[in-house]
Design a protein around this ligand. Structure first.
Ligand code: SF4
Length: 517
């Protein structure tokens, strides 16, 4: 656009706000208003970001900017290699405002406290009147969540979810009762595979010229980013994201429920939707995603346990954790209820470990910047919990290394759900598990050098050793939690020699992994 002509209203959008609907909601007029987007190095380095995550954000932004231009919008785009780019949103907001001289600045509520504070401060410094609009992408507003939370002693997802289902009239009958009689069919969704599964592959989105150019720019400006790029296969436009949604509903949704907690070597996506990056970048809207799944149930192509499980993820869990993130305030990320102070094991960065389950989970992350929810929770997250790794380090790793990483989603999932670091705001108990769980839900233990039946000795499964070490360290606390008391009492059944050997073995493992004391 002509940078010399002043604009009336300037909407500055971020890399996870790629929905044209925001322009209408901000009341923009093609004749006098403009949109700005900035690529800055700082957003890929404030936590170390997987190279695929960075390429996805930037390529999707470039495609989105082209689309807006095609649709007649005036777009000001700051490229990563732009000569004047100061590489920080903080300073770019001031620079762009100086260049375009808008009478008014508009933002959509960002997805992170850090960015909200930065934007507010930077906008204030410009002296130009500004507003931060609510993010209309979500089916529930933050105000709705705060009102709901103010009437609750505990913020349990199940209660939030039921109210949202009723409000949105999703999978309910005329009297607002759940279709099928039950709100939650999770107990039907815990099957594992007896033999190698043959889940349909996710569709391929070969990098186009824009993505290839983005890859070159990222290689040039950010050569140090972790992860591999060769398998890049993410939807970078709304059109591609809609194709991915249709493919999931047609080919994988029907078995998504049954096998949502299962894992298998070399099969990273199984029956999962793999839509979280498209949703979090706002290429897809939650309403249309839920509608597509419910339609599949209504025409009989997907069973209720699959569709309910998926709906629960979208209008339940996803919006609930966003509410918890903002409702808990800026201090949420610093919580560390279990006083976990260990540093992140080095193999989280290179995948070089002899634990088969961790090797598989980390391979998927390093190769594809992806892991499905049970690998995130019960393998990489569980190890962080039982090994006593500092929550902020684990949360930063998750935020940067997964392609769908945005803080409102990542922080409560990691800190609250996986690590119990918020002391029970989000989860009623820690999701700590020994190797038994992994053995039940996967084939990993069959080829592992460790023995999943052992908790002491040379071949003891590290998940067993660390689980019992964790339970011994926190036994007193967990005895006071009704949902943990039984597991905590089991510590008393350990033999004297096990009580001596387990902490020693756990420390030796952590020393080998470079975990500081
Ligand atoms: Fe993981 Fe233990 Fe099983 Fe090995 S034996 S794959 S370390 S759970």
């Amino acid at each position: 656009m002509d940078s010399l002509s002043a604009v009336r209203r300037l909407l500055i959008l971020f890399g996870d706000q790629l929905d044209e609907a925001y322009l209408d909601q901000a009341g923009l007029d093609r004749q006098v208003d403009a949109v700005a987007l900035c690529e800055v190095v700082e957003e890929s380095t404030h936590v170390f970001s997987h190279v695929q995550r960075t390429v996805l954000f930037l390529s999707a932004m470039r495609h989105f900017a082209s689309l807006l231009t095609e649709h007649g919008w005036r777009v000001h785009y700051v490229r990563l290699d732009g000569q004047e780019n100061s590489q920080s949103l903080d300073t770019e907001i001031g620079r762009i405002t100086g260049e375009l001289r808008p009478a008014e600045l508009v933002f959509v509520h960002p997805g992170e406290w850090r960015v909200l504070d930065m934007v507010t401060a930077a906008a204030r410094r410009t002296g130009v009147p500004f507003s931060v609009r609510i993010d209309s992408h979500f089916t529930s507003s933050l105000q709705w969540f705060d009102d709901w939370a103010s009437t609750r002693r505990q913020l349990r997802m199940e209660h939030f979810y039921r109210e949202r289902r009723r409000d949105l009239h999703v999978l309910v009958d005329a009297k607002n009762r759940p279709i099928g009689g039950k709100w939650n069919l999770d107990s039907e969704n815990r099957r594992s595979f007896r033999s190698e599964p043959h889940a349909p592959e996710v569709p391929r989105f070969a990098p186009d010229s824009v993505t290839l150019e983005t890859i070159e720019a990222v290689r040039e400006s950010l050569p140090q980013l972790p992860g591999r790029l060769e398998s890049f296969n993410w939807p970078v436009t709304r059109g591609e994201a809609l194709l991915a949604l249709g493919d999931f509903v047609d080919n994988r949704l029907s078995l998504f429920g049954d096998y949502q907690d299962a894992m298998w070597s070399g099969q990273d996506t199984l029956y999962h939707s793999v839509l979280s990056s498209s949703l979090n970048l706002k290429l897809l809207r939650p309403g249309e995603v839920v509608e597509a799944a419910v339609r599949a149930f209504e025409v009989g192509s997907a069973p209720l346990n699959a569709v309910e499980g998926f709906v629960r993820q979208i209008v339940g869990w996803r919006e609930y954790i966003r509410g918890v993130y903002w409702n808990s305030g800026r201090g949420y990320g610093a919580r560390n209820a279990l006083n976990a102070e260990g540093s992140l094991p080095w193999f989280y960065w290179n995948g070089e470990t002899d634990m088969e389950c961790m090797r598989e989970a980390l391979r998927s992350v390093l190769e594809h910047s992806y892991g499905h929810h049970i690998a995130r929770l019960m393998v990489t997250g569980n190890l962080g919990l039982i090994a006593g790794i500092r929550p902020s380090e684990v949360a930063d790793w998750y935020l940067g290394m997964y392609v769908d990483g945005v803080e409102w989603a990542t922080l409560p999932n990691v800190l609250g759900m996986a690590l119990y670091a918020d002391g029970g705001i989000l989860a009623s108990k820690p999701y700590a598990a020994s190797g038994n769980y992994i053995n039940r839900m996967s084939n990993y233990c069959r080829t592992c050098r460790y023995d999943v039946k052992d908790r002491t000795g040379e071949r003891a499964c590290p998940f067993n050793t660390l689980y019992w070490d964790f339970m011994m360290r926190h036994q007193e606390r967990f005895m006071r939690n009704p949902r943990m008391a039984l597991a905590a009492r089991a510590v008393d059944k350990l033999s004297k020699s096990e009580r001596e050997e387990i902490p020693r073995l756990a420390r030796a493992l952590k020393d080998t992994w470079g975990v500081s004391r």
